[in-house]
Design a protein around this ligand. Structure first.
Ligand code: URA
Length: 241
């Protein structure tokens, strides 16, 4: 589909239409390698690449971002004790309303997806769609085959002490394996609050460090450092299609 350049920049998070037109008038923008000084010039958006102030951007109708979440960042939009994961992303991504797909705890590291596509957030967080998330939990005590069996059969999740006690929920792991004496690899379809920590606690162990190397068919790239991010070119990469 063809769109005016000021509209393209606006949709990609570069500020109001007026500010976007200003960027073009001020010779800050190139499209597919060519300088453009007319904000009303029209371009086909599919596969379009542009630069703003010499930084290159691909056009995406909806943004899908893979972030290597470091420890010490909160997934909440209004963080209480630590900076938000959003502060790790450039301003245009924040401006266009990208937000985390599900949450990782402040001390959890690993693969976090973010998007400005509300329908995709719903799809990827709903257990109905069976998107597996893989976690590696470093546990305090040695793991046993009995613990793994219990996790696969289903455990009762209780609210943390002192919290309002809802009726216990039964939750099952979709996969559980012992990697080494204290490292557990757990695959979950749901994404309940503190789910891994509460499941491990329910079998009498304790999570000391938690990492998510995989979300659906996407794995954390080995060369992406903590705090680094990448575009995901299509949600199909998450489904593994
Ligand atoms: N389960 C947890 O307990 N914490 C996370 O961050 C993710 C899953």
């Amino acid at each position: 589909m063809k769109q005016r350049l000021s509209q393209i920049l606006f949709s990609q998070g570069f500020g109001t239409r007026r500010l976007c037109a200003g960027l073009v008038w001020n010779d800050e923008v190139t499209v597919n390698g060519q300088p453009v000084d007319d904000p009303d010039a029209e371009f086909e958006t599919t596969g379009l690449r542009f630069t703003v102030s010499r930084q290159e951007w691909p056009y995406f109708d909806k943004a899908l971002i893979l972030l290597h979440k470091p420890a010490g960042y909160e997934c909440s939009q209004k963080p209480k004790h630590h900076p938000s994961v959003m502060s790790l992303l450039p301003a245009p991504l924040r401006e266009r309303g990208v937000q985390p797909i599900g949450r990782l705890d402040e001390d959890t590291t690993g693969l976090l997806l973010l998007t400005d596509d509300g329908a995709l957030i719903h799809k990827l967080t709903s257990p109905k769609h069976h998107v597996p998330k893989v976690y590696e939990a470093r546990c305090k005590h040695p793991l046993t085959a009995a613990m793994v069996e219990q996790l696969l059969a289903g455990v009762e999740l209780r609210e943390p002490e002192g919290k309002f006690q809802r009726p216990p929920e039964i939750t099952q792991a979709d996969g559980a394996e012992i990697v080494d004496e204290t490292l557990l690899r757990l695959t979950l379809i749901e994404g309940k609050y503190h789910q891994v920590k509460r499941m491990v606690a329910a079998v009498g162990n304790r999570v000391e460090a938690l990492h998510r190397p995989q979300f659906g068919a996407l794995t954390l790239p080995a060369d992406l450092p903590p705090g680094g991010w990448r575009w995901v070119s299509s949600p199909a990469e998450v489904w593994g299609d």
